[in-house]
Design a binder for this molecule. Structure first.
Ligand code: FNR
Length: 395
């Protein structure tokens, strides 16, 4: 019984390190260069403190929400991560089944071990699935992939833009060994490659630019989310080029080391382009004069910036979400949902579908507990005023 052994997501990580074959562990755990960004993805959440409100009647709590219009039991989804079969023989299908039974959304990597057809065959009726797209240097291949994604009924495209080339992942390079290739039309290993990551990235087009977003929009009616935005400037650019949203992400620290974290990019957007946020989140974090004068209010009545958006623009954050508290901090500050990559890879490595279901239960109970202790009974109650920097000098 997993629930006696695995109390939190880090327990899955420890168990996976023991159970996972060497090449898989090196690929999953690795990050770029000195792995500083991977570490900061965790520590940046620890620099934020909660400001819980009390006596708000928290017996019933509902953490459900909508992600791109699709129901989700949590403001959390499975981030697309390649090569799930390096950890478990059933691969991504474990995640598809676990996501279905728990009612959350799965992102599927362009370099999944299972083919898109196999994943769709395992899908429950009406189960939403998002497809992560890498554009192959041979454009006719990319076009074929998008046609397939349209036809198979995926519900959104996550276009990854932080990996025009692969980062330098030394654990992965050192572990260099045999592995089963992903079942992917995009995969086209070029030459003699060192490690799983180099093999994967050898076919990805490093020439991609903003005009290719226009091209992609012509190939599909699906919403397009740009994954791997690391500055406020690029978040605004994505909005201007017609994307339906962004994922603030540094690819789990696997690309440019010492870049800023997803949650820091969200703070940058809050400061410099708050119009991208939902109106109720366009207010400062920490104590505010208006809330002190009207402590019954959930949020100050005057958003920082009134400029309306001409369409819904979603903001997601990933990297270093290991606890319900991490997820709730991001939601308070204006994220629509958060993504978890390694945590779910490790959960399926340890116990397949059951592992994934247990991982989602852990997040569910931690998120619900955090909400109750914060004085919030639904996702809309989570507000910027419930969070502040631990170090008041920071801003
Ligand atoms: C990834 N990630 C990723 N992203 C993507 O867009 N396409 C991909 O194929 C992959 N593959 C991949 C493999 C592995 C092993 C990892 C760990 C990550 C990045 C992923 O979607 C997400 O951004 C990070 O994993 C989030 O950080 P955490 O949750 O792992 O800390």
């Amino acid at each position: 019984d997993l629930s006696n052994i695995i109390l939190n997501m880090r327990d899955f990580e420890k168990a996976a390190e023991e159970l996972c074959p060497k090449v898989g562990w090196a690929y999953y755990a690795s990050a770029a260069d000195d792995e500083i960004t991977k570490e900061e993805n965790n520590t940046d959440y620890k620099k934020l403190r909660f400001r819980p409100r009390v006596l708000r009647s928290v017996r019933e709590v509902d953490a459900s929400t909508k992600i791109l219009g699709y129901d989700s039991t949590l403001p959390l989804y499975i981030s697309p991560a390649a090569m799930a079969k390096l950890g478990h023989p059933d691969g991504e299908v474990n995640l598809t089944k676990g996501a279905a039974s728990a009612g959350i959304i799965q992102g599927i990597s362009s370099f999944a071990s299972c083919s898109p057809e196999e994943i769709v065959a395992a899908r429950a009726p009406n189960q939403p699935l998002f497809f992560q797209l890498y554009i192959n240097s041979k454009r006719h291949i990319a076009k074929g992939v998008v046609e397939k994604i349209n036809k198979l009924g995926f519900n959104a495209i996550l276009l990854t833009v932080d990996a025009p080339v692969g980062g330098k992942r030394e654990r992965d390079i050192r572990a260099k060994g045999e592995f089963e290739a992903p079942k992917s039309d995009t995969y086209d290993k070029q030459g003699d490659t060192k490690g799983v990551a180099e093999a994967i990235f050898s076919a990805v087009d490093p020439d991609l630019s903003w005009k290719d977003l226009k091209w992609l929009k012509e190939q599909t009616d699906l919403p397009i989310i740009i994954k791997g935005i690391q500055t406020v400037e690029d978040a605004v650019q994505a909005y201007k080029y017609g994307a339906d949203g962004v994922i603030l992400s540094n690819h789990g620290g696997r690309q440019l080391d010492t870049t800023q974290t997803g949650i820091s990019t969200l703070l940058e957007i809050r400061k410099h382009a708050p119009f991208l946020l939902r109106p109720e989140c366009r207010v400062p974090m920490g104590p505010s004069k208006e809330l002190i004068e009207n402590p019954d209010l959930l949020t100050p009545s005057k958003p920082l910036n009134e400029k309306p958006l001409d369409r819904k623009f979603s903001i997601f954050v990933d990297g270093g979400i290991w606890r319900g508290t991490d997820a709730v901090k991001a939601i308070c500050l204006g994220a629509d949902a958060v993504g978890v990559g390694r945590g779910f890879l490790f959960a399926q490595t340890v116990a397949g579908v059951k592992g994934v279901e247990h991982a989602i239960k852990i997040f569910e109970s931690e998120i619900q507990l955090t909400m109750r202790l914060l004085g919030a009974t639904k996702i809309e109650d989570l507000r910027p005023s419930m969070v502040d920097f631990a170090d008041p000098q920071r801003e």
